[in-house]
Design a protein around this ligand. Structure first.
Ligand SMILES: Cc1cc2nc3c(=O)[nH]c(=O)nc-3n(C[C@H](O)[C@H](O)[C@H](O)COP(=O)(O)OP(=O)(O)OC[C@H]3O[C@@H](n4cnc5c(N)ncnc54)[C@H](O)[C@@H]3O)c2cc1C
Length: 375
């Protein structure tokens, strides 16, 4: 089979290497607009469940990924400068660039044709010359746009603004920090992803953003402002930019997942708010699911229909949980009157995937403290 993949992010690279590994006769080409070393962002996180899928699917890349992992089991909620720790939430972090290098290397080993610095504008010509065209080209997918009348995408732009920084301050565990300032409420999502760096995402509602005056603030002044808001948490460390800009989260859904021999994968197909840390996980799991649909000799049409049948309910469940979570962050100001323990409890149960019983199993000490506080 001849397979063209647009986008060399986690979804495109992982699908490429799996297809090539299961049948070296496939001709697999990945078209990526960026150079191999350039990437946006800092670190990404995975749950234990994703790791077990990666191990079963391709042990070689699994080993390289886990060799570079930072692992933790705590969520720390910082409110009114008080830290509440909730254990029993196992996650692992890795720099996005390291993950991409590992997947690129594995693709090369398996003789996937990687074409960097190649922007695809004409999707139809690439589609004509292959048996399967995969649009793994991220949130602003060219493939999705080119065939939008068939995929019928639904893009909803959310109100909150966020910006993605790095920092040398090490946050051991997923740390969610809240500060109420004169402008309004700021939340930071931070976690360490290697021995020297943490991801630090700052989020605020549009009213706070306006009042703080970010619309007319330079990149440097914005960084200084936010480093000031989180001064105590950063312990004097700076925020580092990597082309960091304020953005609004876009919720992506598609009514149809494939058209002819074209299919979407990863962020091009669906997004889930970063507060449940599952964008990269879903991208890799999509690749695994699509690859599985080709096992046993299914033809392209049957495999793409099967992919949508088995994967869509799982994605819809994730998106529902992610939606609850993003709505909570959009209304964070409504919870700021709570003292730290009930605030942490509300935050932990926001997506409705974790409830009282579940938290009690994960961290009985936290629940005992929460109850003792008369919550
Ligand atoms: C602020 C923020 C924080 C996040 N935090 C986390 C987290 O903690 N954990 C997590 O798991 N995920 C996180 N994510 C999500 C994660 O980054 C994405 O969900 C994930 O990278 C999706 O993978 P993908 O392969 O589908 O798309 P992408 O990684 O976006 O890859 C798409 C690729 O396609 C290329 N491309 C696009 N168009 C073209 C074209 N026309 N021609 C050629 N190449 C093209 C792009 O250059 C890009 O390399 C976060 C995202 C954001 C914005």
């Amino acid at each position: 089979m001849r397979i063209n993949i647009i986008g060399g992010g986690p979804a495109g690279l992982y699908f490429a290497l799996l297809m090539k590994k299961s049948d070296p006769a496939h001709v697999v080409t990945v078209y990526e607009r960026n150079a191999p070393g350039s990437t946006f962002g800092w670190g990404v996180v995975f749950s234990d469940k994703t790791l077990s899928y990666l191990k079963e699917t391709d042990e070689a890349s699994y080993r390289s990924i886990t060799d570079r992992f930072e692992m933790w089991d705590n969520v720390d909620v910082v409110h009114r400068d008080e830290k509440v720790t909730i254990r029993g939430n196992r996650f692992s972090g890795i720099a996005r660039i390291e993950l991409l290098h590992i997947l690129q290397e594995r693709c090369r080993e398996l003789e996937v044709d990687l074409r960097f610095q190649t922007e695809v504008a004409d999707t139809e010509s690439l589609a004509r010359e292959c048996d399967l065209l995969v649009g793994a080209d991220g949130i602003n997918s060219t493939v999705r746009q080119a065939y939008s009348e068939f995929f019928e995408p639904d893009l909803s732009i959310r109100a909150n603004k966020y910006i993605w920084y790095g920092t040398p301050q090490l946050f051991h565990g997923l740390t969610l920090t809240f500060h109420e300032t004169q402008a309004g409420v700021f939340a930071a999502h931070s976690y360490k992803f290697n021995r020297t760096m943490s991801t630090f995402i700052v989020e605020c509602d549009p009213q706070t953003w306006e009042r703080a005056g970010f619309a007319s603030m330079s990149e440097e002044a914005t960084r200084d402002y936010l480093a000031g808001v989180f001064q105590r948490d950063l312990h004097g460390h700076e925020l580092l930019s990597n082309n960091s800009k304020w953005i609004n989260f876009v919720n992506v859904r598609n009514k149809h997942w494939s058209h002819r021999h074209l299919v979407l994968l990863g962020d091009a197909l669906h997004t889930a708010h970063f507060s449940i840390g599952s964008g990269t996980k879903l991208a890799l799991e999509d690749a695994i699911a699509l690859h599985q649909c080709f096992q046993g000799g299914a033809d392209v049409g049957a495999a793409l229909a099967e992919f949508e049948r088995v994967r869509k309910p799982i994605i819809e469940e994730y998106q529902a949980a992610a939606h609850e979570s993003l709505v909570w962050f959009e209304h964070a100001r409504d919870y700021m009157h709570l003292s730290p323990l009930p605030f942490a409890y509300k935050l932990m149960t926001r997506s409705k995937r974790i409830d009282y019983e579940n938290l009690k199993r994960r961290d009985p000490e936290f629940i005992a403290a929460y109850e003792a506080a008369g919550s």
